[in-house]
Design a protein around this ligand. Structure first.
Ligand code: PGA
Length: 261
């Protein structure tokens, strides 16, 4: 696992945006898996700035979603479809046709999950999947004890995750949906490059368990230990629980040949 410690959230955003830009220069129609939440926003801003400055052509980029709430009415501003359109697709000057995600308002949720798996496969798989991490160690919405082999399916959110996300729903936990569709951990692991981004002290414990703890379904993000091309980008605060922080710094500064970001 490649662990990169940067000074702050802005530097993390720049680093990951540059990795996406490099990928798009090499493969203009790359499929970028995006994450919602607050952490990745600096990445999307930095990538949009690069596109506006003519540093990268994003016009053929394809975007896919990691997860979605179940049961929010179509067009709800906090549905992840709305969030990705607002924060990623529109700032990049793209339109909805470049974008795919699971249908959280489908009548038949298991069929919608299967359909999304099929769409991802038919699109040739995800080239770079950006991931946030929950304070409970979730990736996507794979809560603790999710099968490490899971596929896209419906999950129930933990109270902790609903409390963490209440800020997007006027601070009212009762407005946060209880159910979600999420790519499974097995699905996420098929992306060619995984980039997990974490900033702030609130993520330090989850990051330490992900990187240095045992592989465990109790910490779903620890599955990244089994991925051949996974990068963890953290700011100083999120790195504060890492025993090997000095080692990771020296490794990265020595620019090893396998460095991907
Ligand atoms: P956050 O969410 O970036 O808003 O902290 C991360 C997550 O829940 O995956």
């Amino acid at each position: 696992m490649e662990v990169v410690i940067v000074p702050d959230a802005g530097a993390a955003g720049d680093l990951v945006a540059e990795a996406m830009a490099r990928l798009l220069r090499r493969k203009p129609d790359a499929l970028l898996g995006v994450a919602t939440g607050s952490t990745p926003l600096p990445v999307y801003r930095a990538l949009a700035a690069k596109a506006a400055a003519g540093e990268v052509d994003v016009s053929r980029a394809r975007i896919c979603q990691l997860d979605e709430y179940v049961g929010l009415p179509a067009g709800h501003p906090e549905s992840y479809r709305s969030v990705v359109l607002r924060e990623v697709v529109e700032p990049l000057g793209l339109d909805e046709t470049c974008f795919m995600g699971p249908d959280g308002s489908a009548e038949d949720i298991p069929a919608a999950c299967e359909r999304y798996e099929r769409e991802l496969a038919e699109a040739g798989g995800v080239d770079l999947q950006l991931l946030g991490i929950g304070t409970d160690g979730h990736i996507g919405f794979n809560e603790p004890c999710s099968s490490l082999a899971s596929r896209t399916r419906i999950k129930t959110l933990t109270r902790q995750t609903r409390a963490d996300n209440a800020r997007f729903f006027g601070g009212d936990i009762d407005q946060v949906p209880r159910h979600v569709i999420t790519q499974g951990i097995g699905t996420i692991m098929e992306a060619r490059h995984l980039v997990l981004l974490a900033t702030g002290e609130g993520k330090a414990e989850a990051v330490a368990q992900t990187v240095e703890g045992p592989l465990s379904a109790m910490v779903p993000a620890s599955a990244l230990q089994m991925h051949p091309n996974a990068t963890v980008v953290v700011d100083e605060a999120a790195a504060s629980g890492l025993k090997l922080a000095e080692y990771f710094r020296s490794t990265y500064e020595s620019k090893p040949h396998w460095q991907t970001i």
